[in-house]
Write a protein that binds this ligand. Sequence first.
Ligand code: SF4
Length: 216
Amino acid sequence: MARNQKYSAAQWVPATGNLTALRAAASECQGCELYARATQVVFGEGPQDAKVVMVGEQPGDEEDRRGHPFVGPAGRLLSKAMGEAGLDREKIYVTNAVKHFKFLERGKRRIHAKPSGIEISACRPWLEAELTSIEPELVVCLGATAAQSLMGRDFRITAERGKFFPHHWAKELIATVHPSAILRVPERYEEEYARFVQDLRLVANRVQQLKGAAHT
Ligand code: SF4
Protein backbone atom coordinates (compact mmCIF):
# COMPACT_ATOMS: atom_id res chain seq x y z
CA MET A 1 0.00 0.00 0.00
CA ALA A 2 1.32 3.46 -0.90
CA ARG A 3 2.31 5.56 2.09
CA ASN A 4 -0.43 8.16 1.58
CA GLN A 5 -3.05 5.44 1.15
CA LYS A 6 -2.65 4.31 4.75
CA TYR A 7 -5.37 6.73 5.77
CA SER A 8 -8.76 6.57 4.08
CA ALA A 9 -12.41 6.73 5.07
CA ALA A 10 -13.31 4.37 2.23
CA GLN A 11 -13.93 1.27 4.34
CA TRP A 12 -16.41 3.15 6.58
CA VAL A 13 -18.47 4.59 3.70
CA PRO A 14 -21.52 2.38 3.07
CA ALA A 15 -22.69 1.67 -0.46
CA THR A 16 -25.82 3.80 -0.20
CA GLY A 17 -27.04 7.11 -1.52
CA ASN A 18 -29.07 7.70 1.63
CA LEU A 19 -27.73 10.75 3.45
CA THR A 20 -29.14 9.65 6.80
CA ALA A 21 -27.34 6.32 6.53
CA LEU A 22 -24.13 8.03 5.44
CA ARG A 23 -24.32 10.44 8.38
CA ALA A 24 -24.83 7.56 10.83
CA ALA A 25 -21.91 5.61 9.39
CA ALA A 26 -19.60 8.64 9.51
CA SER A 27 -19.84 8.70 13.29
CA GLU A 28 -17.84 5.43 13.32
CA CYS A 29 -15.11 6.59 10.94
CA GLN A 30 -11.49 6.09 11.92
CA GLY A 31 -10.11 6.74 8.46
CA CYS A 32 -7.46 9.10 9.81
CA GLU A 33 -6.28 10.15 13.24
CA LEU A 34 -8.54 13.20 13.61
CA TYR A 35 -11.47 11.26 15.09
CA ALA A 36 -9.48 10.53 18.25
CA ARG A 37 -9.38 14.05 19.73
CA ALA A 38 -12.51 15.62 18.28
CA THR A 39 -15.77 15.61 20.23
CA GLN A 40 -17.78 14.11 17.39
CA VAL A 41 -18.03 13.86 13.62
CA VAL A 42 -19.67 16.85 11.96
CA PHE A 43 -21.37 15.63 8.80
CA GLY A 44 -23.01 17.79 6.14
CA GLU A 45 -26.56 19.07 6.55
CA GLY A 46 -29.23 20.24 4.16
CA PRO A 47 -31.89 18.89 1.81
CA GLN A 48 -31.36 15.80 -0.32
CA ASP A 49 -32.55 17.72 -3.39
CA ALA A 50 -30.23 20.72 -2.83
CA LYS A 51 -29.20 22.42 -6.07
CA VAL A 52 -26.14 23.92 -4.37
CA VAL A 53 -23.62 22.26 -2.05
CA MET A 54 -21.17 24.48 -0.17
CA VAL A 55 -17.97 22.82 1.01
CA GLY A 56 -15.81 24.36 3.72
CA GLU A 57 -12.59 23.16 5.30
CA GLN A 58 -13.39 21.40 8.59
CA PRO A 59 -15.64 21.97 11.62
CA GLY A 60 -14.50 24.70 14.00
CA ASP A 61 -14.56 24.69 17.79
CA GLU A 62 -18.27 25.52 18.04
CA GLU A 63 -19.24 23.08 15.29
CA ASP A 64 -17.26 20.33 17.03
CA ARG A 65 -19.11 20.90 20.32
CA ARG A 66 -22.57 21.23 18.75
CA GLY A 67 -22.20 18.61 16.01
CA HIS A 68 -23.48 20.80 13.16
CA PRO A 69 -21.59 22.46 10.28
CA PHE A 70 -21.30 26.25 9.91
CA VAL A 71 -22.91 27.21 13.22
CA GLY A 72 -19.96 29.26 14.54
CA PRO A 73 -18.87 32.81 13.64
CA ALA A 74 -17.90 31.89 10.06
CA GLY A 75 -21.22 30.10 9.61
CA ARG A 76 -23.14 33.15 10.77
CA LEU A 77 -21.22 35.29 8.30
CA LEU A 78 -21.97 32.78 5.56
CA SER A 79 -25.71 32.86 6.36
CA LYS A 80 -25.74 36.66 6.25
CA ALA A 81 -23.89 36.75 2.93
CA MET A 82 -26.16 34.08 1.46
CA GLY A 83 -29.20 36.14 2.41
CA GLU A 84 -27.76 39.25 0.75
CA ALA A 85 -26.90 37.27 -2.38
CA GLY A 86 -30.44 35.88 -2.68
CA LEU A 87 -29.57 32.31 -1.66
CA ASP A 88 -31.87 30.50 0.78
CA ARG A 89 -29.67 28.64 3.28
CA GLU A 90 -32.50 26.21 4.01
CA LYS A 91 -32.25 24.97 0.43
CA ILE A 92 -28.48 24.57 0.43
CA TYR A 93 -26.47 21.61 1.68
CA VAL A 94 -23.41 22.65 3.69
CA THR A 95 -20.53 20.37 4.52
CA ASN A 96 -16.76 20.26 4.97
CA ALA A 97 -13.88 18.59 3.16
CA VAL A 98 -12.75 17.12 6.52
CA LYS A 99 -15.40 15.96 8.99
CA HIS A 100 -13.49 16.07 12.30
CA PHE A 101 -12.08 19.17 14.03
CA LYS A 102 -8.28 19.43 14.02
CA PHE A 103 -6.88 21.74 16.66
CA LEU A 104 -3.94 22.70 18.85
CA GLU A 105 -4.44 23.25 22.57
CA ARG A 106 -3.41 26.62 23.98
CA GLY A 107 -4.29 26.47 27.64
CA LYS A 108 -8.06 26.07 27.72
CA ARG A 109 -8.46 27.22 24.13
CA ARG A 110 -8.55 24.98 21.12
CA ILE A 111 -6.98 26.68 18.11
CA HIS A 112 -7.85 25.63 14.57
CA ALA A 113 -5.09 23.65 12.82
CA LYS A 114 -5.07 23.23 9.07
CA PRO A 115 -5.74 19.64 7.94
CA SER A 116 -2.89 17.99 6.06
CA GLY A 117 -3.10 16.76 2.48
CA ILE A 118 -3.22 13.19 3.82
CA GLU A 119 -6.22 14.02 6.05
CA ILE A 120 -8.01 15.86 3.22
CA SER A 121 -7.45 12.89 0.96
CA ALA A 122 -8.49 10.39 3.66
CA CYS A 123 -11.82 12.18 4.15
CA ARG A 124 -12.63 12.65 0.46
CA PRO A 125 -14.72 9.43 0.21
CA TRP A 126 -17.32 11.06 2.51
CA LEU A 127 -17.44 14.16 0.33
CA GLU A 128 -17.74 12.00 -2.76
CA ALA A 129 -20.59 10.04 -1.14
CA GLU A 130 -22.45 13.23 -0.22
CA LEU A 131 -22.06 14.78 -3.67
CA THR A 132 -22.93 11.65 -5.63
CA SER A 133 -26.00 11.21 -3.41
CA ILE A 134 -27.22 14.79 -3.90
CA GLU A 135 -26.09 15.35 -7.52
CA PRO A 136 -26.14 19.15 -7.18
CA GLU A 137 -26.09 21.65 -10.00
CA LEU A 138 -23.27 23.59 -8.34
CA VAL A 139 -20.56 22.94 -5.80
CA VAL A 140 -19.12 26.00 -4.09
CA CYS A 141 -15.65 25.54 -2.60
CA LEU A 142 -15.19 27.83 0.39
CA GLY A 143 -11.43 28.17 0.69
CA ALA A 144 -8.31 26.33 -0.39
CA THR A 145 -8.89 23.06 1.47
CA ALA A 146 -12.23 22.41 -0.24
CA ALA A 147 -10.74 23.43 -3.58
CA GLN A 148 -7.77 21.13 -3.02
CA SER A 149 -10.07 18.23 -2.20
CA LEU A 150 -12.24 18.74 -5.27
CA MET A 151 -9.87 20.26 -7.85
CA GLY A 152 -6.43 19.02 -6.83
CA ARG A 153 -3.42 20.55 -5.17
CA ASP A 154 -2.51 22.88 -8.04
CA PHE A 155 -5.81 24.79 -7.98
CA ARG A 156 -5.29 28.38 -6.81
CA ILE A 157 -8.25 30.34 -5.50
CA THR A 158 -6.45 33.64 -6.05
CA ALA A 159 -6.27 32.88 -9.79
CA GLU A 160 -9.53 30.94 -10.27
CA ARG A 161 -11.94 32.64 -7.87
CA GLY A 162 -15.38 33.32 -9.35
CA LYS A 163 -14.92 31.10 -12.44
CA PHE A 164 -17.13 28.12 -13.22
CA PHE A 165 -15.55 24.74 -13.97
CA PRO A 166 -17.16 21.46 -15.05
CA HIS A 167 -16.96 18.78 -12.36
CA HIS A 168 -17.70 15.06 -12.25
CA TRP A 169 -19.67 15.26 -8.95
CA ALA A 170 -21.82 18.25 -9.99
CA LYS A 171 -22.64 20.13 -13.17
CA GLU A 172 -20.23 22.89 -12.24
CA LEU A 173 -17.93 24.05 -9.48
CA ILE A 174 -16.93 27.53 -8.37
CA ALA A 175 -14.45 28.58 -5.68
CA THR A 176 -14.32 31.54 -3.36
CA VAL A 177 -12.76 32.28 0.02
CA HIS A 178 -13.76 30.68 3.30
CA PRO A 179 -15.84 33.10 5.40
CA SER A 180 -13.35 32.72 8.28
CA ALA A 181 -10.73 34.39 6.04
CA ILE A 182 -12.92 37.52 5.98
CA LEU A 183 -13.11 37.52 9.79
CA ARG A 184 -9.33 37.33 9.99
CA VAL A 185 -8.84 40.70 8.24
CA PRO A 186 -10.98 43.19 10.21
CA GLU A 187 -9.19 46.11 8.58
CA ARG A 188 -10.47 44.99 5.15
CA TYR A 189 -13.74 43.47 6.30
CA GLU A 190 -16.13 45.65 4.26
CA GLU A 191 -14.21 45.16 1.02
CA GLU A 192 -13.72 41.40 1.49
CA TYR A 193 -17.29 40.84 2.60
CA ALA A 194 -18.68 42.71 -0.43
CA ARG A 195 -16.51 40.60 -2.73
CA PHE A 196 -17.71 37.42 -1.05
CA VAL A 197 -21.37 38.44 -1.49
CA GLN A 198 -20.61 39.20 -5.12
CA ASP A 199 -19.25 35.63 -5.57
CA LEU A 200 -22.40 34.20 -3.98
CA ARG A 201 -24.52 36.32 -6.34
CA LEU A 202 -22.70 34.59 -9.22
CA VAL A 203 -23.81 31.30 -7.66
CA ALA A 204 -27.44 32.44 -7.33
CA ASN A 205 -27.51 33.64 -10.95
CA ARG A 206 -25.83 30.51 -12.30
CA VAL A 207 -28.27 28.21 -10.53
CA GLN A 208 -31.14 30.05 -12.19
CA GLN A 209 -29.43 29.73 -15.59
CA LEU A 210 -28.79 26.00 -15.11
CA LYS A 211 -32.40 25.45 -14.02
CA GLY A 212 -33.63 27.37 -17.06
CA ALA A 213 -31.39 25.33 -19.37
CA ALA A 214 -32.79 22.10 -17.89
CA HIS A 215 -36.33 23.17 -18.83
CA THR A 216 -35.61 24.18 -22.45
S1 SF4 B 1 -11.54 13.37 9.40
FE1 SF4 B 1 -12.69 12.18 7.90
S2 SF4 B 1 -11.37 10.38 7.40
FE2 SF4 B 1 -10.59 11.33 9.31
S3 SF4 B 1 -11.63 10.13 10.93
FE3 SF4 B 1 -12.86 11.97 10.53
S4 SF4 B 1 -14.43 11.33 9.07
FE4 SF4 B 1 -12.81 9.77 9.04
